[in-house]
Every structure is written in structure tokens, then in C-alpha cells.
Design a protein around this ligand. Structure first.
Ligand code: PHB
Length: 396
């Protein structure tokens, strides 16, 4: 909807109500019933993470559509900006959404570096903020704030869960291989902390600049070292290429390939048989048996013609958290303390399983062990149940 049309609808709603009240100024719930809530989306629409941004947006929009286009009686209007997964652009784009577009709710993003810059501004501005992917530990650690909610995971949290599964699977020695930025570094740090405490040995750390996909020298190092396993974080287009190059280098049947499930989510079709046997750990999987997941998958497939992935679930759940908050305040997004308190207490059935936040507003959740087989991240079991991140920074 154009802003002039929106303004027209808002003012005509207020006029209508003023008429009903015999000239008394509108107030409370009915006063804003005609206005849309503006949700600003800061997501990648270009680059290696573009498909992840699209899945998040689709999940969020589908949730709102499933509620008839409105939450707590208020239409939701999305305004999206492409952050290109480029941290230097983050501040300007965040300011544009908060102060230019004057969004009521900010939602973003995929890349940890972009999200950390976004959250620094959002926490000062006090705008209701939803993080539907980026795992930067600081977001629910040192940068934790009462108006910031993450519906995905913390980088260290998924690293820890993956370490547990690898130890349980008998892996004793690994090389880590990732992109050199907060997500890769923190997923490796969380992994190492638990893997080494459990007796595992990391024999080498390999890191490439983000978003490089020239994997040949890394793969040559791995081939020369012949470790039992590789623990790897890549995502989006980079993950698809890494898996294919790993197989192409002849490593597929010699070295176990493991990682947080971002390595295989959303790239199942792109990697084909090269991905068979890759084991990952994530808060989502193919083959969950809860009714919410069945309904979500059916609706997503019908709406977009493709199966959903973890990113779509995180976008869907972000709107569900907002829905819980808005319902508690009768759609009055200005009642921030009550809105944020209700959001923090949100507890519902997500496609991933039960959803609830720990005290720092990061999901406390179950992580599943999966194996990529025939284009599906087949559920093998539970890697960690009810796991919270280690963030302790949130006092509020
Ligand atoms: C991140 O930068 O935090 C990030 C990006 C992509 C993923 C997961 C985490 O798939």
C-alpha cells in the first residue's frame, strides 16, 4: 500500500470513529484499529544469503496471511530493504527504517555483522526488534535489551549442540573450516568449548574471508591432514558450493562432513547426491511429527511451490511472537513495556517444536541430529534438549 493510501485509510478511520463518538477524540484500541502496523524488514535480497532472506520474508508473510492479513485486528504492512549482508551498510539502512520509514517493528537480519550493527541502533531507539536468523552471541549477550527478541539461535548455542552430537557419534578429531566473521568464529568457539571438554581434539582451524567460495586450498589442506571429520559453517550459495567441492575433491567417503544445519538447509536440491551423508545439527529437521509442522509445510508448499527450511520457520515464528505481544496489548504497539513483556513470555507450538525464550530472549530449544539423504535433512534423533545459549548480559 502506498503511504498516501495508508494515511488516507488512517485518517478516514479516525474520522469515522470521531463521528461515532459525536466529536470526541478517538482513544485506546479503536483509535488505531484502522491503521496498519509497519514492519521494516532488513534482509539480504542479493548475494550468497539472498535465498535465506527470501525464505524468512516468505515465512513471515505467510504467518500474517494465515491470520487473514492482520494481527490483533491490525493490518501488517511490510517495508523491505536489501542489506546485501554488508556490515558497512547496516547503520544507514537501519536508520532509514527506524527514523525514515518510522516502522513500528524492525525485523532483521541474516548476517551476524549486519545484525549486531542494527541491534546497537535498535536498542537505543527502543523500537520493537525481531532477529529472525543472525546468531551473533552479543545480540542476546552483551547487547541484550528488553526490546530485542531473537527467534532463531545463538552461534555458540548451535556450535555446542553440534559438538555434543559429534562426540556422541564417536568423532574424536576434527578440522574446523568456516568463513572468518562472527558467525563462523562463534560457531567454532561454541563447538570447540564443548568438543574439547568432551575429549575431542581440533587439529586445525581453517577460515576464509566472507563470502569467498574458493575452497580449493582449504580442501587441499584437509586432504593432506586426513582428519576423522570436518566441522564446517557455510550457508546459502557458499554452503552448496562447499559440499559439491568437498565431494569433487574426493573427500566425501574419506572424511566425515559435519556442521550446524545451515550447511545443508535450503541447499538440499542444489547439492544433489554430493550432499548424501552430511550430518548436521539444527533446531529444525525434515520428518518432525508435530501437527504445526505438517500444517506449516502444507501451507508453505501451496503458497510458494517449494518446501520450507529453517529460515522460513524463523520468519514464521518471529511473526508469531509479535502476534502474542500485540494480542496482549489489543494491537496497541505504543504500549511497549506490556508488549515486550508479553513477547518475552511467548510460549507456543512452533513447526520446530515447543517455542519459548530464555531470560535473555533467545530460544531455549531442542536441537536435532539430521543426515542429508536424497534431498532431505532426515531426522536421526535429538542432539540436545532444551538448550539455552550462554548469554548472561541481559539484566532487564
Ligand atoms: C549469521 O551470520 O549469523 C548466519 C548467517 C547464515 C546462517 C546462520 C548464521 O545460515
Amino acid at each position: 500500500m502506498s503511504s498516501s493510501r495508508r494515511e488516507f485509510l488512517m485518517s478516514s478511520g479516525a474520522l469515522g470513529l470521531a463521528g461515532l463518538l459525536g466529536g470526541v477524540a478517538p482513544f485506546g484500541r479503536a483509535a488505531h484499529a484502522a491503521g496498519a502496523i509497519k514492519v521494516g524488514l532488513l534482509l539480504p535480497a542479493s548475494g550468497t544469503y539472498a535465498p535465506l532472506g527470501e525464505a524468512i520474508r516468505r515465512g513471515a508473510e505467510l504467518y500474517v496471511k494465515s491470520k487473514g492479513g492482520a494481527l490483533a485486528g491490525r493490518a501488517i504492512e511490510f517495508t523491505a530493504l536489501d542489506d546485501e549482508s554488508a556490515p558497512p551498510k547496516a547503520a544507514e539502512l537501519t536508520n532509514k527504517l527506524i527514523f525514515g520509514e518510522k516502522v513500528d517493528v524492525l525485523m532483521g537480519t541474516v548476517h551476524s555483522g549486519v545484525a549486531a550493527a542494527m541491534v546497537k541502533i535498535a536498542r537505543e531507539a527502543g523500537v520493537t526488534t525481531l532477529v529472525p536468523n543472525a546468531g551473533a552471541d552479543a545480540i542476546t549477550g552483551g547487547l541484550c535489551a528488553p526490546n530485542v527478541f531473537r527467534t532463531s539461535f545463538a552461534n555458540g548455542q548451535v556450535g555446542e549442540a553440534t559438538a555434543k552430537a559429534m562426540l556422541a557419534g564417536g568423532v574424536k578429531e576434527a578440522i574446523t573450516c568456516t568463513w572468518r566473521y562472527a558467525a563462523g568464529e562463534e560457531m567454532v568457539a561454541g563447538f570447540k568449548r564443548v568438543f574439547e571438554a568432551g575429549g575431542g581434539k581440533v587439529v586445525k582451524d581453517i577460515a576464509l574471508p566472507f563470502p569467498d567460495v574458493e575452497f580449493q586450498s582449504a580442501l587441499a589442506e584437509i586432504a593432506a591432514a586426513k582428519p576423522q571429520a570436518v566441522y564446517s559453517f557455510f550457508a546459502g550459495g557458499g554452503a552448496a558450493k562447499f559440499i559439491k567441492d568437498f565431494a569433487g575433491a574426493g573427500l566425501k567417503d574419506k572424511v566425515q562432513l559435519w556442521g550446524p544445519g545451515f550447511l545443508t538447509d535450503g541447499v538440499e536440491q542444489a547439492v544433489g547426491a554430493a550432499g548424501d551423508g552430511v550430518k548436521t545439527v539444527l533446531h529444525y529437521a525434515d520428518g518432525l511429527t508435530n501437527p504445526e509442522d505438517a500444517a506449516f509445510r502444507k501451507a508453505f508448499q501451496a503458497a510458494y511451490g517449494v518446501a520450507p527450511d529453517v529460515y522460513a520457520v524463523q520468519g514464521w515464528d518471529a511473526m508469531h511472537v509479535l502476534d502474542v505481544g500485540l494480542t496482549a496489548v489489543g494491537g496497541d504497539v505504543a504500549k511497549k513495556d506490556a508488549l515486550h513483556a508479553a513477547m518475552a513470555g511467548a510460549s507456543f507450538a512452533s513447526p520446530r517444536g515447543p517455542f519459548a525464550f530464555s531470560a535473555n530472549r533467545n530460544p531455549k530449544q531442542t536441537f536435532y541430529l539430521r543426515e542429508l539423504k536424497g534431498g532431505k535433512n532426515v531426522l536421526l534423533g535429538v542432539a540436545a534438549e532444551g538448550l539455552a545459549d550462554v548469554g548472561k548480559g541481559c539484566k532487564a
